[in-house]
Design a protein around this ligand. Structure first.
Ligand code: NAP
Length: 277
């Protein structure tokens, strides 16, 4: 990029109007006095490759990718990190100076950083993790928990075959529970994670019975609208450390911002406030 060019980045999805990433990155650009822009781009699947190839020529240094393009970009990218390949999806693209598109997945990084920040007492060696759901976000969470060294991951999904696919992709530390018995997973678990969309505004409620939950279990929800889901409310009432999902969204954005704009941004109270605006 020539020094006179203003660096541009953005988020590609469809729909994309609900994304909080423009507020978040806009806040960091302002905070660090960087003369760049971050824009939402609603792009249809059939236009995805053409758009991605054109963006670097317009001064874009990279983009975030969200639903429904996280899987499709893997086929378009020239270089894909091992973790994005394992997860089967990318959320961060870097447009390299040599014209190549580099795809990475930072969701797992964001998940672990959020956990470290919100539950400093949690450590991978503390014991089994119980994961509700087996969609795209669950794959990133499972990959990061295995990487962190969690001894066992219990997983339950409404559609069992999706959980079985995770076990066959991620290996023997995973144990599958039937969805109707998902509540049993919390017995002795050091961590409980909701990766389903249940509990989100406009979606159904998560109805997994949590009578076996103990105060020693750290509970986190990937859903961040509302910020305090019923799951986190129940966790707090039980005396558990409860970690909301907004922090994951903020932390997953850090590596992209740093690569694009050359500044590692801080995730602090002001960042949270900006993302919630
Ligand atoms: P996805 O691939 O569509 O997976 C959705 C998951 O929710 C699946 O496990 C699905 O089960 C389950 N589910 C949906 N409706 C259900 C129902 N009525 N009963 C039982 N299970 C149900 O979506 P995703 O990308 O993994 O995202 C999942 C959630 O995580 C979303 O709310 C998303 O906003 C959130 N998320 C948050 C962050 C963050 O930074 N905080 C990052 C990524 C995702 P089936 O397989 O049976 O359909």
């Amino acid at each position: 990029m020539s020094p006179s060019k203003i660096p541009l980045a953005g988020v590609i999805g469809s729909p994309v109007a609900h994304s909080r990433s423009p507020q978040l990155h806009g806040h960091w650009l302002k905070t660090y006095g960087i003369a760049g822009y971050y824009v939402p781009m609603d792009v249809a699947r059939e236009d995805l490759e053409m758009v991605l190839r054109a963006l670097p020529r317009m001064g874009f240094v990279g983009v975030n990718v969200t639903i429904p393009h996280k899987e499709a970009v893997l086929e378009i990218a020239d270089l894909v990190t091992d973790r994005a390949t394992l997860i089967g999806a990318a959320n961060t693209l870097i447009f390299r100076k040599d014209g190549k598109i580099h795809a990475d997945n930072t969701d797992g990084y964001g998940f672990i950083e959020n956990l470290k920040a919100g539950a400093p007492g949690w450590a991978a060696r503390n014991g089994p993790a119980a994961v509700l759901g087996a969609g795209g976000a669950a794959r990133a969470v499972v990959a990061s928990l295995l990487d962190a060294g969690v001894p066992e991951i219990r997983i339950s999904n409404r559609t069992r075959v999706r959980a079985e696919k995770l076990k066959s992709d991620f290996g023997s530390r995973l144990r599958i529970y039937d969805w109707v018995q998902a509540g049993n997973m919390v017995d002795g678990a050091a961590l409980l994670v909701n990766t389903t969309s249940l509990g989100m505004i406009g979606k159904g409620e998560l109805r997994v019975p949590l009578d076996g939950l103990s105060a020693a279990t750290v509970v986190t929800d990937l859903v961040y609208a509302p910020l305090k889901t019923n799951l986190l409310q129940t966790a707090e009432e039980t005396g558990c450390t409860a970690v909301d999902g907004l922090g994951m969204l903020l932390h997953q954005a850090v590596p992209g911002f740093e690569r694009w704009f050359g500044q590692r941004p801080e995730v602090d109270r002001a960042t949270r406030a900006a993302a919630l605006r």
